[in-house]
Design a protein around this ligand. Structure first.
Ligand code: GLA
Length: 387
């Protein structure tokens, strides 16, 4: 949805021009899954899909929220009092933007209310960070309007806090940082311990390749217990190994560490995934930096097998995408995001894309699965002001 449409929607709802219009993207993660809450490495890039918000300040403590995507946009704005926002009190979409206002105010920023109208092109529940886009666009708009002077990574931290505490989903920092900080034509190599960032050029088209996103249409949910269980298992692993986070287990010492975990079989599998996944991120970074882009394909597939067999968060639809794509000649493929549904990514030669897409669609039809949504992902810009 374009800036003008969202601006017009705002005028229709609130009877005045908004002070500005902002956009924040969804993301796919190239590699580095379930490493972010272990202080490890991730490598997402921004999608062209995003959330656009038209926003004006208020000074009377009222926060009015409206989405063009909810109920066909027909509902009236939801009105909340900024001084009455309470964590985990809201199970609707409004918890994300309200949580951002709560987190900003809790951090001491004088956000005195706002009128907000939003529209998103990120498919919800597809593992493409529609919620992070929603949080970050609101955070950026309020940062500009209230002249808070916060940097992208600081906004990401506040958005994560909104999601963890206000919404009640125990997610890491990757999605919000991706939405806030990614750059067009690049993947973001992020150290989630100190949020050190490196933009890695990632222009597949120039090299005759494509990256497909395959949305399996299996809805995933973060606040559901499985994500939290994995996170708790990783924390248990770190405690048993006497480190602050699994990031501190060197890859070279993995076997010895696994040996020290005794009969904790489940924890051992989680640890193995996280430590090998951090190594895979570093390998992908060095392959990309040395211009050996095609060689990242097998690393992506390795990552998928680790998520499937060790971390155990794949599902039949995601496995089918990966197996079918690879059998049809892809360079590599993996699930992306939190797991239990959502999307997979497929790296392929441009010329192989039609055959791979057809093979996936046919395999889904033969298995009786819902037709997946397949689209090409081009590394796009992070959050920004549009008007
Ligand atoms: C979700 C979370 C992220 C990250 C991924 C898995 O997208 O929001 O913080 O943990 O899952 O890599």
């Amino acid at each position: 949805m374009g800036a003008q449409q969202v601006r017009d929607g705002f005028v229709g709802l609130y009877g005045a021009e908004p002070e500005g219009v902002w956009a924040a993207p969804g993301r796919v993660n190239l590699i580095g899954e379930h490493t972010d809450y272990n202080d490890g490495f991730v490598m997402p890039f921004a999608l062209p899909h995003g959330t656009v918000a038209a926003v004006s300040r208020r000074t009377d403590g009222l926060l009015r929220l409206h989405s063009a995507d909810v109920g066909g946009g027909a509902a009236a704005p939801v009105g909340l009092r900024v001084d009455e926002l309470t964590p985990e009190s809201d199970r609707e979409w409004t918890a994300y933007p309200a949580g951002v206002v709560w987190a900003l105010r809790e951090a001491g920023h004088a956000v005195t209310g706002a009128d907000v109208h939003l529209a998103s092109t990120v498919p919800a529940g597809a593992g493409l960070s529609s919620s992070a886009a929603l949080e970050v666009v609101v955070a950026l708009a309020l940062n500009d309007l209230f002249e808070l002077g916060l940097r992208g990574w600081q906004l990401a931290r506040l958005c994560q806090r909104a999601e963890n505490v206000y919404v009640g989903a125990p997610t890491g920092i990757m999605d919000q940082t991706a939405s806030a900080c990614c750059a067009e034509g690049h993947a973001l190599f992020l150290d989630t311990r100190d949020l050190a960032q490196k933009q890695i050029p990632f222009d597949l088209a120039a090299e005759g390749m494509r990256l497909l996103v395959v949305d399996t249409r299996v809805k995933h949910a973060h606040s559901g217990g499985e994500y939290g269980k994995r996170r708790a298992g990783c924390e248990k692993g770190a405690a048993l190994l006497g480190v602050d986070a699994l990031r501190d287990v060197p890859y070279a010492e993995l076997d010895a560490a696994l040996g020290r975990l005794g009969d904790e079989e489940e924890v051992r599998r989680l640890v193995r995934h996280v430590v090998t996944e951090d190594e895979r991120v570093e390998r992908v970074v060095s392959l990309l930096e040395s211009g050996d882009t095609r060689a990242i394909g097998p690393v992506l597939t390795e990552g998928h097998l680790s998520l499937r067999d060790d971390f155990r968060i794949s599902c039949p639809e995601l496995d089918l995408v990966v197996d079918t794509a690879n059998a049809a000649g892809a360079l590599g493929a993996r699930m992306t995001g939190g797991g239990f549904g959502g999307s997979a990514i497929v790296l392929a030669e441009e010329t192989d894309v039609p055959a791979i897409t057809k093979a996936i669609e046919e395999a889904f039809a033969a298995a009786g699965f819902t037709t997946p949504r397949v689209f090409e992902a081009v590394p796009s810009a992070g959050a920004r002001r549009l008007t």
